[in-house]
Write a protein that binds this ligand. Structure first.
Ligand SMILES: Cc1cc2nc3c(=O)[nH]c(=O)nc-3n(C[C@H](O)[C@H](O)[C@H](O)COP(=O)(O)OP(=O)(O)OC[C@H]3O[C@@H](n4cnc5c(N)ncnc54)[C@H](O)[C@@H]3O)c2cc1C
Length: 404
């Protein structure tokens, strides 16, 4: 530990990326002292606790890319972690359904990508799709057996237990409000608490740009909140699908499209869409945070994104405002759904890093100083990939010597 420091490591953020990183730091540096600071009264309160609960296979990502590699390794590591810690998961598989000739073409490209990524897929024709999923209609489908479902809050609770068993401390209700770095250590203020650590790793999700600014780093991008709105089906329709049902994604769009997802509690959710949010951490439809909105309205990158994706922005907004538009999307592959089947369900909010030139960042974005490492974008599916992401960050964070 450096002179005057109270801890070897301070990790900011009790989402799955912060927890996986803290766990890996302690596993690499047995006996090191580590404190994890989370501003909320519970772990996994934001993105990690408001997602679809899918352990993805990595089929979508460019072969050889870091994202593809992390997702594939993450899928295996998450299942192993769940088995080791008695956390239920169900490998129900994912069916990607093509509903038009164009989607059949895109599906063929996706199948090719799966082969290059070393992911097993089965090709289903329309009749086989109907036999396996009697409520789903399409011209053909790809079935990915490796895809599974889990409750990521339970995964986080188990990670927290591992951290504590390795001597790490987790402090809830500790909002980091000041970070000061000297040659000797980093001083972090979180409410009444002051931590002096040899190294700081910040995994602050929706607040990651602000936390990096607290440390005085040059932040040129901005986190823009994209709401992912869900519905759930009435419980008598829980048996409507056997696997997870996904549309074939449009390669020009950044999100996966509305899907039917079996949840680990037996329910089925429909969603998410992706609409601009009016609050980074406000989950109700009418939640507005004036500071959040003002900040992105004055950010040129946002306007460029809205202009670039205007067609899909309009379609997503229509789906958000009108249930009928949302339902139309789901009926493309599940024609029996009725408006009365779409019951309210909590939304999630995605931390989307956007650069000043209007690029949506889909890769990792780190900002660093000699003693701090800020994860400013951990691209989805970061819940699936969290364990190898944690390994990667822990390796990077400990790259410089801990002493002096
Ligand atoms: C709608 C939706 C669906 C998704 N579905 C999936 C899926 O099915 N599978 C999958 O693999 N991925 C999915 N993802 C992506 C995945 O959930 C996220 O990539 C992942 O949870 C990110 O984790 P995180 O730890 O980086 O962020 P978060 O979970 O947001 O954690 C960041 C933490 O930092 C804390 N924090 C922030 N500022 C401070 C501060 N100043 N002081 C102290 N603490 C602070 C926050 O309170 C928060 O707890 C989905 C995301 C969304 C939004």
């Amino acid at each position: 530990m450096s002179a005057g420091a109270t801890h070897d490591f301070c990790v900011v953020g009790g989402g799955i990326v912060g927890l996986a990183t803290a766990m890996q730091l302690l596993q690499r540096h047995r006996g090191a002292s580590l404190v994890l600071l989370e501003k909320e009264p519970a772990l996994a309160t934001h993105q990690t606790g408001h997602n679809s609960g899918v352990i993805h296979s990595g089929i979508y990502y460019a072969p050889g890319s870091l994202k593809a590699d992390l997702c594939k390794r993450g899928e295996r590591a998450t299942k192993e972690f769940c088995t080791e810690h008695g956390i239920p998961f169900v490998a129900c598989g994912k069916t990607l359904v093509a509903t038009s000739p164009l989607e059949l073409e895109r599906m063929a490209a996706l199948a090719e990508r799966a082969v290059q990524n070393g992911i097993d897929v089965e090709h289903l024709d329309a009749a086989e799709l109907r036999r396996r999923e009697p409520h789903i209609a399409g011209l053909g489908a790809l079935f990915v057996p490796a895809t599974a479902i889990v409750d990521y809050r339970q995964v986080c609770a188990a990670m927290a237990r591992v951290i504590q068993s390795l001597g790490g401390e987790i402090v809830l209700g500790a909002r980091v409000s000041a970070i000061e770095e000297t040659e000797a250590h980093v001083t972090i203020r979180a409410d009444a608490r002051t931590v002096r650590a040899a190294r700081l790793v910040a995994c602050a999700g929706l607040q990651s740009d602000r936390v990096a600014r607290l440390a005085g780093l040059p932040v040129t991008h901005q986190i823009v909140p994209f709401r992912g709105e869900y519905y759930r089906l009435p419980s008598e329709k829980n048996g409507i699908i056997r696997s997870l049902i996904y549309p074939i994604p449009d390669p020009d769009l950044p999100f996966l499209g509305i899907h039917l997802t079996r949840m680990i509690d037996g329910g089925v959710t429909v969603g998410p869409n992706a609409v601009l949010g009016f609050a980074r951490e406000g989950y109700r439809k009418l939640s507005v945070d004036v500071r959040d909105v003002a900040q992105y309205l004055f950010f040129p990158g946002l306007w460029k994104v809205l202009a670039r994706y205007r067609k899909s922005v309009r379609a997503e907004l229509a789906g958000s405002l009108f249930k009928s538009a949302y339902l139309k999307e789901c009926r493309k592959y599940c024609p029996s759904l009725e408006s009365s089947d779409l019951l309210p369900y909590a939304a999630g909010i995605r931390a989307q890093a956007v650069t000043r030139d209007g690029t949506l960042v889909h890769d990792f974005l780190f900002l660093e100083s000699p003693r701090t490492l800020h994860v400013c974008n951990a691209p989805s599916p970061a819940a699936t990939s969290a364990i190898p992401i944690g390994e990667m960050i822990a390796g990077r964070a400990a790259g410089a010597p801990l002493d002096g």
